[in-house]
Design a protein. Structure first.
Length: 180
């Protein structure tokens, strides 16, 4: 069964574009329990690329749209925000809904490249990951997906038949991965 794992990048040294030492350490820690991946895709932004590398994975492809969140969408999200709140925003804001659908289409295109026993990793960004997940699973209950996605957190999607399933991947205060 193919697997698509989508994660938010790790911490950076703001306002800079590169990872902080704490961010590198977190990505290394989380990366120990990930993979292997047949395909690794990131945005073109350094923090996404560096997160994949710190996790221990070479990047196979860069997709600019995985790192571009239009200002009008960001403003409407009031990010960071829970997936439940973002789901309600999607019901009211056509720009956000269109963006969520576009992100989901990018993710599906990557997923569709996988054979039954392959897996892919996408490293993206806050706000984008929540919208993409809601677009990817438009019939899901957002309460089951959790709060705003933290550093190195994300989702694991699998497909059985024509139906997708989603597992939320969270990091607890002891830096352990929690599967929901």
């Amino acid at each position: 069964m193919p697997i698509l794992e989508v994660r938010r990048h790790t911490m950076r040294a703001k306002p800079g574009q590169h990872l902080s030492q704490d961010g590198v350490s977190l990505a290394q820690h989380i990366g120990r329990d990930l993979g292997p991946f047949n395909l690794v895709v990131t945005s073109e932004l350094p923090r996404a690329i560096e997160t994949a590398i710190a996790m221990g994975f070479a990047v196979d492809r860069y997709v600019a749209d995985l790192g571009i969140l239009p200002d009008m969408v960001l403003a409407a999200l009031s990010w960071p925000n829970s997936l439940t709140a973002i789901s309600k925003i999607l019901d009211e804001d056509q720009n956000c809904l269109r963006f969520a659908q576009q992100q989901a289409e990018l993710w599906r295109d990557i997923f569709d490249q996988l054979s039954d026993d392959q897996s892919a990793l996408i490293i993206t960004h806050g706000g984008i990951i929540e919208l993409g997940a809601l677009g990817f699973l438009p019939d899901s209950t957002p309460n089951n997906l959790g709060d705003a996605i933290g550093y190195c957190e994300g989702f694991r999607f699998t497909k059985q038949g024509e139906a997708f399933t989603c597992e939320a991947l969270q990091v607890d205060e002891n830096l352990r991965l929690i599967h929901n």
